[in-house]
Design a protein around this ligand. Sequence first.
Ligand code: G1P
Length: 273
Amino acid sequence: MGTRFLPLTKAQPKEMLPVVDKPVIQYVVEEAISAGIEDILIVTGREKRAIEDHFDESPELERTLEHKHNNELLKSMREITNMASLHYVRQKSPSGLADAIYCARHHIGDESFAVMLGDTINIADVPLVRQLIDAHKPLGASVIAVERVSQEKISDYGIVGGHMLGERLIEIDRLVEKPSPKNAPSDIGITGTYILTPGIFEAIEQTEPGVNGEIQLTDALRVLAKKEKIYGYLFTGKRYDVGDMLLWMKVNLELSLKSEKYGRQLREFLKTL
Ligand code: G1P
């Protein structure tokens, strides 16, 4: 619901928060496309109509840009519309991440699929979701992106425990959603990108509400782990949790400074502050 961003998110969903020149959700969709994903289902809900509008055609806007011969902008507007085959399903109430994923079951059927959170931006040479797909292929099992997190951040994340199989792969045997540091199985946190087997849907059906009274994906994964192996993958690259106000500000600053168009001028301005 974006409560950490109020009043900014009073009339717009947090997935539409700007990061430099694009809303967060566009970074997510672009990562999926650059990883070769062609079929994208966005789980939306009440008050999230702006997401659909963002990826939809905008004839008036396009006509105006045509009129002004602003071809560069026109091209980028059309690219947004033609990005991929986008589908939408609505979650009736915000009852947790696992409940949102459950809304996608008919669309997905009996295949493994990727889950990407609408408030997480990953910057990596090989798209993070591609790294997970490559790790998933030989295993045929669920693989979830993980990274080490600081002690203060442990209670903000799902935390996993298990043993290392090689440099990046972890065979997971424990999963706890938002534990206190003393109850955490390790310092390895779930970062919000997952490849899941369709077995997750039955696991979600068997999952009771957890932290915040929501049906948590981490809890459903614990149910799934009783039947199937689940792996964690320590990815290469950087993840930005845009759902946190300070981190959202930091990602804006970092990516603006990297921007070819504005980076140099912004750096000069910062020196004057
Ligand atoms: C969700 C997941 C959590 C994961 C986190 C990553 O939590 O439930 O396991 O570590 O995303 O950002 P949320 O951020 O929705 O509270």
